[in-house]
Structures are given as C-alpha cells and as structure tokens.
Design a protein around this ligand. Structure first.
Ligand code: AMP
Ligand code: ZN
Length: 494
C-alpha cells in the first residue's frame, strides 16, 4: 500500500474506535491435541487455574517460562475483552520428590537439610517467589491459595471419593481406583491398557492395583506437616490439592487449566480422574494448556539436575526483570526454548530499540496518542498472531515491522504527526498490554523540552546555528541530549 493511500484513508479510520470486544481466540488444547476456538462457560468471563510453585527453593527461569506464559495468556484474554479470574496455588506440602507417590516431601527434605521448620521454609520461598513474579511484571492472581490452608476441604473431597467408590483407605492412606475412571490417560495420550502394560511391579502392597495413586498419605511421626483426618494423621497428595483448590474457588466447572509439559502426567491426569470421581463430569475443565520446557544447553532446566538459573542469579549478573521477561515471552509456548546469554543480549537490544521508538515517535507526535491507519493495520496482524494460540514470536515480528516502517518513513521525512501518534499508541497500549517491558514514565518527554525542541527546529530552518547550539545546551542542562538525524532532531535521556 502506498503512502498516499495511507493518508487518504486515515481520516476515515481514525474515527473508528477499534472494537476489541470478544474476538475469536484459538488455543491449543492438550486434551484434543488441536487448536480449538476458545468459548468460555460464561460469556465474557474466563476462569483459569494455574499450577503454582512448590515452595522449597527459589523458582528457576524454567518455572518462570511457564509462569510468564500464564501471564501472557491472561493478558491476551483481557486484551480481547474478557474478564479473567486467575487462581494460582502455592504447593506448600505433599509434592514428593518422585512427582508421584514415592519419595520424600520436597519441603520436608529441604527443612531437614537446612535444619529449619518446614512452614518457615515454605513461607520464605513463597515470599521470594512473589518478589520474583513482581520483577517479571507478572500480574498477581486473584487468589493464591496455600495447600496447607485447604485441608478441611481436601478431607471432605476424599470422603466423597470414598463414598462414591472411587477411593479406599489402607493403613491411614487413601488411594484412588484408577480403573474406575475409564478415560484416565486421555490427556497424556495414554490408555489404561497401555498404562497397565507399562506399570512397574509396585513396591507398595497397599494398592489394590499398581495404577492406583495416593490421594491422602499417612504421616509417620517424623513428618512435620500433618493433620488429623478420618484415616489418622496424614497429609494431602499433591494432585488432591489442585483438584480441591481449583474447584472450590472457581467452581465445579471452569475454563482453563495450565502448567508445564511435565505436569500432564501424572499430575493433571490424576486431577481429571479425581474431579470425575467427585463430580461425575468427564471433563470439568474445558481447555488444558501446557507450556513446553525451557532448556539449558539442550537439557530440561530443573532443580533436581542442578542445571538452573534463578531470577536472582541473572539479576546479579546485571540483567533486568524486563529483559528476562522479554526473553521468556519471545518464544512460542508450544515449542521448547533454549536459554542463552546471547538471547538475553538480544532481549536487551530489542527493548532498547522499542524504548527508543517510543521516544522518537512521541517527539514527532507532539505528545499525542491516537489511532491511525498505520497502527490499525499492524494491530490487526498483531492481534491475529496473539489470538492464534498466543503466538508471541509472530506478534513481535509485527511490532518490529511497524517500528522499522515508521523509522524508515521518519528518515524519509514522510511520517506525519498523526501516524507517529498511532505508532506510539500501538507501542504504549497494544504492545505493553501483553509484553509490558517498556518503562513509559522514562519515555515521556517533559513539555518544557518539547518547547525548546520546537524553537531549535525553527532556528535550524532559519540556519541560525548560534541559537540552535545554545538551545541544545539548554536542553542538555535539563538532562537530554539532542541528536541531529536525517529525519530531524531526536532526543536521548542523559
Ligand atoms: P514446581 O515448582 O516444580 O511445582 O513447578 C512449577 C511449574 O514450573 C510447573 O508448571 C512446571 O511444569 C514448570 N516447569 C518446571 N521446569 C520447567 C522448565 N524447565 N521449563 C518450563 N516450565 C517448567
Ligand atoms: Zn497442580
């Protein structure tokens, strides 16, 4: 499209307020292994549960890839006009080292090693997690339930499972009868038959069947986190916690459940089975979204392997939370993503370019922000990318194309004030709404500087170089440096 056409249709389009209400969004549902059109249970509203951190250590940037993805999903849904309720739990008991029924409780293990109280360990790392979440500009959830504060509800849930024949108690522990849930395995692409064939000879002779899993676990006296229950002293299983907290807070049926790819099996498979046992609904959750792993040198980043970086490690090296956020957000969540320092350097350069773009275009726009054909067209493509299963790399490609086009037009001297205002609007509103890596306060130019810049522009037109130089000094004294570029003056904060 030519420049002439842009300006001809601009007046028409700028009068149209872009309606963002409830545009079609497609999401990859692990259950169907396809991208499905997203339709919420209640029109206009989204209920979403995200498996949260197990608070026995600092979360690593692999965990944060999943948490940033949750945030991108929330922000995209909000950007599309939905009201989103996100719940993200804190796993502060019951997550065993095997991620299944065997091994030690991760928090107790840490408490034993550090000779500390397990509750103190859990609260310390929960606080650290929330601090890191803020550094990455992840919006806080509507609720952050702790498993240890929902014990009563978990016991009631287990009682219902037993009553309905889905679970049985043995020696103070309660197990789920996996074979009672015919669709067990559907989420992870397994069938009960395949799972039976692959099942190990169980060491645990309390189980009626090797595929049964623990719902409530009996605690011995060394277990420092235990509660009274109808089956004796014990603690909840990790899968039980998420089934209970999600349905208690969001209701028996809700829209979206997320987690990293490793949670598909057994954690989420077991949640589905438990929910079925309790509610009779085959799928009480409509969309299951799983983020693929963040890798370090080709291997899954994980605490147990010791090959991980925390947000704190990277911040100590001088990286900002926004740079880490940008890097994690820049990959499509359905593909694994390799973490590198070079990636962080590129994230830094990308943010700097966009920050500079806001400054340059704001200056041309004279502080105005308004839609123009320039950003409306790009916005459509940006939305199409995001609404197609949160395809952030595609969305970012559109952002940089817009900025490149704007810069080119600025250099040619053909970028109008209105068009620049459109680009600023796109960056400050559409881009920030999702990616949120710009510091906009720093980008806004004080009015006094704008006045001096206009005077200098005038002086330069009149070839009054002395006035131009003295105005440059005045601007410098106010903390800004003026650069004379081919498209005109530009400004840099000193
Ligand atoms: P955890 O604290 O172990 O309960 O894990 C919290 C979240 O991080 C879960 O959704 C995991 O699936 C996710 N996760 C763990 N390791 C990685 C990784 N390397 N990349 C992406 N997500 C991960
Ligand atoms: Zn969970």
């Amino acid at each position: 499209m030519t420049l002439v056409v842009y300006s001809q249709v601009h007046k028409f389009l700028s009068s149209q307020v872009l309606s963002m209400s409830l545009l079609t969004i497609r999401l990859h549902n692990t259950l169907s292994r396809t991208k499905e059109v997203f339709t919420p249970i209640e029109p206009g509203k989204v209920s979403m549960y995200c498996c949260g951190p197990t608070v026995y250590d600092f979360a690593h940037i692999g965990n944060f890839r999943t948490f940033v993805f949750n945030d991108l999903l929330v922000r995209t849904l909000e950007y599309a006009g939905y009201e989103v309720t996100k719940v993200m739990n804190i796993t502060d008991v019951g997550h065993l080292t095997s991620d299944a029924d065997e091994g030690e409780d991760k928090i107790l293990k840490k408490a034993r090693m550090e000779k500390k109280d397990p509750f103190a360990i859990a609260r310390f790392f929960e606080e650290a997690y929330v601090e890191d979440e803020q550094k990455l500009r992840i919006k806080p959830p509507a609720a952050r339930p702790r498993a240890t504060e929902w014990i009563k509800q978990q016991i009631i849930f287990v009682e219902q499972l037993i009553e309905k024949g889905f679970a049985y108690a043995v020696n103070g522990s309660v197990y789920f009868r996996t074979h009672k849930c015919g669709h067990y395995g559907k989420l992870s692409g397994n069938t009960l038959k395949d799972l039976d064939m692959g099942a190990r000879i169980e060491l645990n002779d309390e189980k009626e069947d090797p595929l049964d899993f623990v719902v409530w676990k009996a605690a011995n006296e060394n277990h420092l986190m235990q509660w009274d229950s109808p089956w004796g002293k014990g603690f909840p299983g990790w899968h039980l916690e998420c089934s209970v907290m999600s349905t208690e807070i969001l209701g028996e049926r809700f829209d979206i459940h997320t987690g990293g790819e490793d949670l598909t099996f057994p954690h989420h498979e077991c949640e589905i089975a438990q929910n079925y046992g309790c509610t009779g609904l085959e799928n009480n959750i409509n969309y299951w979204l799983h983020g693929r792993f963040l890798l370090l040198e080709g291997e899954k980043m994980s605490k147990s392997k010791g090959n991980f970086y925390t947000i704190r490690d990277l911040m100590e090296e001088g990286w900002k939370g926004t740079e880490i956020r940008y890097l994690l957000a820049s990959g499509y969540y359905q593909s694994q993503f390799n973490f590198t320092r070079k990636g962080l350097e590129q994230a830094r350069a990308s943010i700097a370019r966009l920050q500079e773009a806001v400054r340059v275009f704001s200056q041309i726009a004279g502080g105005n922000i308004q839609p123009s054909i320039f950003n409306i067209q790009y916005r459509e493509r940006y939305q199409a990318a995001l609404f197609d299963d949160i395809n952030t790399p595609e969305a970012l490609a559109v952002v940089f194309e817009l900025v490149g086009e704007g810069m080119k037009r600025r250099d040619e001297g053909t970028l109008t004030e209105e068009e620049a205002a459109g680009i600023v609007q796109f960056l400050e509103q559409d881009f920030q709404a999702i990616f949120d890596v710009l510091d906009l306060e720093g980008g806004a130019i004080p009015e006094a500087i704008n006045v001096l810049l206009q005077q200098r522009e005038e002086a330069r037109k009149n070839k009054d170089w002395a006035a131009s130089d003295s105005l440059r000094d005045e601007i410098k004294a106010l903390g800004y440096e003026v650069l004379d570029e081919s498209g005109g003056q530009s400004l840099r904060k000193r």
